[in-house]
Design a protein around this ligand. Sequence first.
Ligand SMILES: [Zn+2]
Ligand SMILES: [Zn+2]
Length: 279
Amino acid sequence: MQSYHNGSRNTPQELLLENEQLKAKLLEATTIIDALRKENAALTKRLNSFLNTQVIQGDSTFVTNSGDLAAQCDNCGQEIPRQNIQIHTAQCIRRIKRCQACNKAINISEIDAHMKEQIGEFKDIIADIESNNIESLSQREAHGAKFDIKDDNQNSLLHVASRCGNREIAHFLISRGAGVNSQNIFGETPLHLVCGKNKDIGMVQFLLTQGADSGIVNTIGESPQSIAQRSGFHEASICFSQHTHAPIRPRTSAGGIRAKTHSSSRRGSGPSNNPPFNL
Ligand SMILES: [Zn+2]
Ligand SMILES: [Zn+2]
């Protein structure tokens, strides 16, 4: 912006001259501004009346930042030059659909690939579990992912979540039907893994509230209970002895493989319908 300074003039004549010059420039600037205001007001009026006409015609015309008239395509959401919107829409609905799971606009020929990509592969789901990314798992589920998958050793996703000590995801999987007592090819349940490797007492307690059976034996005859005793995981041993007296609930179909158990008193236990989930 231009600015004016009172330079080195300081005699009365010089100051008077400067005063007149400044007044003249100010008058000139004011006149220009007034003219621009009037012109803008007239243009705004014309534009509004034009836009009102368009709205009455029932479309969503608007003015872009660059001053062009545009409309938003209801199908793909793109801004399209106003004069092209009708032809665009006609072509767009034949080419593009919105994904019902994530609402993304997708070329019809790429929908299958999109779903497949969003569902992901086994390793992607494992990575979500390991990184505690429940949001990503939910997105995969919305796109059709199923969580009753197992690895080569027949470890379920709940085995993985339990091994990682991830209770939130364990709860997510159980609420979708994961069998809390399902066994891998070594006969191990999620509870075996927790007692044998990471000794996470919080996860032990959580699995017990979900109906985990500490008496199920693996292929070498060890139960979570005996593993806890052998490996000095005393907190778990105490938990198991207390849980033995818990009320027996009927086993649901989500319980997985029927296991041999040391303690017939716990055979009836299964996932609770209303677990005291407490992370
Ligand atoms: Zn479109
Ligand atoms: Zn999607």
